[in-house]
Design a protein around this ligand. Sequence first.
Ligand code: ADP
Ligand code: ZN
Ligand code: ZN
Length: 813
Amino acid sequence: MFAEVIIPLALPKNYTWHIPEEMLPGISVGCRVEVNLGKNKKYAGLVKRIHGDAPLSFEAKDILNVLDPEPVIHPYQLQLWEWMARYYMCTEGEVMAAALPSHFKLSSETVLIFNEEFGDDFSDLDNDEFLVAEALQMKHELRLNEVQQILDQTHVYPVVNKLIGKKLCFVWEALKQAYTAKKETFVLLSNEYHDEEKLAELLNNWGRAPKQMDLLLGYLHLMKTQGEVTKTELLKKAGASDAQLKGLVDKEILHLEKRSIDRIMYAPKDITIDFTLSPSQQEAYEKLQACFQERQVALLHGITSSGKTHVYVKIIEQVIRRGQQVLYMLPEIALTSQIIRRLQKHFGGYIGIYHSKFSQNERVEIWNKVKSGELKIVLGARSSLFLPFRDLGLIICDEEHDSSYKQQDPAPRYQGRDAAIYMASLTSSKVLLGSATPCLETYYNAKTGKYGLVELAERFGDVTLPDIEFIDNRTIAHKPGEKIMFSPRLLDEIRTTVARGKQVILFQNRRGYSPYQLCTVCGWIAECRNCDVSLTYHKQSNKLKCHYCGNIYPPVTTCMACGSDKLVQRSFGTEKIEEVLETELEGIKVSRMDFDSVKNKNAHDVLIQQFEQKKIDVLVGTQMVVKGLDFDNVDLVGILDADALLHFADFRVHERAFQLMEQVSGRAGRKAGKGKVLIQTINPTHPVLLHVARHDYAGMYNEEIEKRKQFFYPPFSRIIHIHFKHKERDVVFDCAHQFAKAMDFVYRSYIVGPAEPVINRVRGMFLMELLLKLPRDAQFIAKCKDDIQKEFANLHQQTRFKKVIMLPDVDSQ
Ligand code: ADP
Ligand code: ZN
Ligand code: ZN
C-alpha cells in the first residue's frame, strides 16, 4: 500500500511513499508520518490518501515512522485544503504550512527550544525521551539533526513528537516575536467553595471579621456579573484593603493567581444572557433564523451601533445549546480585549481566543480543545478557520467587508470570509456575515437572493446616527501647496467638545510626522533606495522611514540633488497632528493610535482602556481607530483629509472610502445625544462624500454596482491579479509582456495590462502587473488558472526569466 503525503512546502505536487507492512494497522488519513525527501532531508508530512497504485516512474521510498496514533485533522479539513490550493493557485503544502501550528511541523531544519516552565522533573520520561530532555535542558535549544546524534536514526521524530506533546519543548518559529502577555493578579474562589452548599455554610456561620465578609460578598457579586475578577478591581469596587484580602487568602477561601489578561484559565462554563433584544433586534434575530432555514449564508446589514453583537450572542446561544461549535471571526486588529470581555461575560469558559500573538503552547491548547469539542466558541482572526472543529454549527464573520480578511503574503492568498463560506458547505454549518458597510460583492449576493439579507436600520437605544458636515478647505486661507491640517472650525469644535467632558476621535490615514521631504529649489523628494516611494519623517525617532520595506534612514538636512538646505515638509501624519494639537489646545490630553504607537503588543489594548476610562480627551489615529470599537463618550469625530481617501487608482476606491468614513463616523454618539462628524475636504460635492453625509449605503451601492457592471468588475467578473517581480526592470517588463502575449490567444478580451504599477519598485524589485477579468464560469476560470500555471512554467524554463517571481492573486483586494 502507498500513501500520498502533503509536505509543508511549495512543492508542485504531493508525492507518494510506500507503507511498510507493519505500519499498515497504525496509519490513517490525516496522520502525520516521517518521510525522507531528497538525499537527507526529513519531514513530518500528512497522509492525504492511502491507495494501492504503485508509482510508475520511480520506486517509492518507505515511510519511516507514523507519528500520530490518530489523525490530527478531520477529513473535511483535507477537502478545505485541497479546495484552497486549487482556488487560490498554490500548493497543498503551502496550505498545510499555514494551517497547522508549528508544533506539528517537523523537518530537518526544525529547532527545538526547551520549555523552562517544564522544570526538571523528568521522571515520566522513557530512556530516549530522557536523553533528549537532558541535552535540551543543558543546551536550551537543539536542531533535529543534533537530536539525531543523540538517538538512533529511526527514533528521532517519534521521540521529539512525544516530547512536544508533553510540553517539554516547543518548535522555534522564526519571525514570530515572542509575545509577553500582560500579566495581572486575578482573584479566584477556592475550589471547595464552588460547591454552593459549602459556600452557603461558610457565609451562614461567619464569625468575626465582618469586613472580610463584605469583601467576599463583593467578590462573589463581581464573579457572577463578569466572570473574571482582578485584584485591583476588587479592592477598588469593594473599598477594601490588601490586608482584608490577605485574610481571606490565608483562610484559603480565595486565592490569587498571576496570569495574562487575555487568556482564560478558569471561567465557569455558563451561558449568561443578561439583556433583552430591542424590538428591531428581535425582529432581525427572527429573520436570521428564518433565513437559515433556507440558506447557508445570511448577511446582517446593521448600521453602526445597532447592536449586531447582541444579535450574534443570541444566535450563538442557540447553536451551543444544541451542542454545536461556533467560529467567530474578526479582523485581527479588531480582536481587542473589549470584544473578548463582552463575549466572555456571556459565555465564560466556553470561549477560546485564537490569536497570532499567542504563544505556541497556548495555540496548541486551543487546537486540542477545539478538536475534543471542549471549547464551544472560538474567537479569532482569519487563520482560526483552520482549527479542527468537531461539530461546527455556525461561522460568524464580523466586519465582513474588512480587506484584512484577505491574506497577502505568503500563499495561500485566501480570503477568510470566502473560505469560511466554502468550509460551511463542507460541514453543513451556517455563515452569518455582519457589517454596517458590507462589501459590494456580499451585498450583491444578498440582493440577488444567493444569501439571506436582514437589515437592522436603527441604532440601539434612543440614539441616532451622527450629523455629518463638511469643511471646505478651499475657503480657508493657506499657502499654495500646503495641506490644511486644522480648520479653525474643527479646532473650535474639539475645544468645546472636550470642555463639555466629551471625547474626540480624529482620523488621518497616514502615520509618521510628514510623508514628504521636498526641496523647494529643485523639487527633489527624499525617496527610499529600494522602493519607488517617498520617505516619511518620524519625529519621535528622528528618522526617515520607508513604509513599504521598513528601511530606516537618517533625516536629511540638505537636498541630495542640488545641495540646497531649503527643504520643507509636505502633508502630515498622525504624529504631527498629535504635536500640533498639544500646542494648540493646552491642557487637553491627546494620544495617538497607529502602527508606531502600538508596536508593543499590549499598547493597543492599553490605549483603548485609557480612552474608555476617559483618561484621554482626543484620540488621533489611522485605520486602527475604526475597527469595531465601542466607546460611549465620543461626541465628535474629525476626518482630517478625506481627499486622500478618494485618490487611488483602484476600482474599489469609492467603496473603500465610503466604508472607512462611515465606520469612523460610526464611533460618534453611540450612547447618548447626538454625535457630530466633521470632514475636511476640497471637494465637498464628491458623490461618495454626499453618500457619507446621508449615511446612504444603498445610494453608494447603487451607483457603484452600475459602474462595476459597466466596466466588468466583480461581482460581475472574477479577477486574478498577477504580479511579476525581478531585480531588473527590462527583464520583468519583457516577462510580463511575454506572458500576456501567450495568454492573449484565448483570453484577449479579459486581459488588462500588463503595466507598471504606480509604485514600480519595492524592496529592490521592479514590478509589473496584469489583471485578468474573467466571466463567472467556474470551468472557464479553472481552465484559465491551469493555463496561467503552464505559462509560468514555460517562462521559468527560459534562462532570462528563471528568477522572475510570478504571483497569482485570486480575487485580489
Ligand atoms: P454594532 O456592533 O452594531 O456597532 P454594538 O453591538 O457595539 O453595535 O452595540 C452598540 C452599543 O449598544 C453597545 O454599547 C451595546 O452594549 C449596546 N447594546 C446594543 N444592543 C443592546 C441590548 N439589546 N441591550 C443592551 N445593550 C445593548
Ligand atoms: Zn534640491
Ligand atoms: Zn523601501
